[in-house]
Design a protein around this ligand. Structure first.
Ligand SMILES: Cc1cc2nc3c(=O)[nH]c(=O)nc-3n(C[C@H](O)[C@H](O)[C@H](O)COP(=O)(O)O)c2cc1C
Length: 205
């Protein structure tokens, strides 16, 4: 299956045939990631989902499996497609890596090169890919200097951030920490896809 970027097709819906690796981490906003996965799939993108153990406590893998029509990856040691190293295969496959919601924990792991589960290991493997993180957490967590330092490190590495937005949080408090809305994330992925295709066309002459 040729990815959208490889085919350099600039006409038509930009998300069609774009390979998107969706990382889902453990926060209340994980339910919004189901909506994002559905919108991406409906737009013609190929979505492969990697969920952390904590994410699976908020939303079942079956929701993503059903909505993306693709197996969901939850373990470094058990690849539903029977490959030896899913973290490498997933990183090679992806045109764009999206982590939504991105927990404080996963932001910290990625910023510090920690690889202790499938998602963190896949992110470490795909560091040179286009990456979009949509952080979501309580305002106190977001404002923690260590979290802010990790976010700055990711930005320096070229990771794009979307949100978090201000508003009512799941814990009932008001503040910065809400995950960006799926529609907004989708529009940003579309823009990234367009940049990737134009970059490939320029490179290939
Ligand atoms: C009810 C509940 C809600 C949580 N919400 C968030 C959240 O929105 N953002 C966050 O960074 N961590 C949140 N956490 C903490 C994470 O689940 C925890 O740090 C976990 O280790 C993250 O694992 P992961 O990064 O592997 O998904 C929450 C925990 C609980 C129990």
């Amino acid at each position: 299956m040729t990815s959208r970027v490889e085919s350099t097709a600039i006409d038509g819906p930009m998300l069609k045939d774009l390979n998107i690796l969706l990382g889902v981490t453990g926060g209340i906003a994980a339910y919004k990631a189901v909506d994002l996965a559905g919108k991406l799939t409906a737009a013609g993108a190929h979505v492969q989902t990697v969920m952390t153990k904590s994410a699976c406590r908020f939303v079942g893998p079956k929701s993503f499996e059903t909505i993306t029509c693709a197996p969901v990856f939850t373990s470094l040691w058990n690849d539903p497609e029977g490959r030896k190293s899913s973290h490498i295969a997933l990183a090679e496959w992806a045109d764009v890596v999206v982590v939504a919601p991105a927990s404080a924990d996963m932001i910290g792991k990625m910023a510090n090169g920690i690889c202790d589960d499938l998602l963190s290991t896949t992110l470490c493997t795909s560091w040179s890919c286009r990456m979009l993180f949509a952080p979501a957490m309580n305002t106190r967590m977001w404002e923690n200097p260590a979290v802010q330092q990790n976010v700055a490190t990711l930005r320096e590495m070229g990771v794009q951030m979307i949100g978090p937005a201000a508003g009512r949080l799941a814990c009932g408090a008001e503040g910065v920490g809400r995950m960006a809305e799926p529609q907004e994330i989708l529009a940003t992925i579309e823009a990234i896809g367009s940049e990737l295709i134009r970059g490939k066309i320029e490179k290939d002459g």
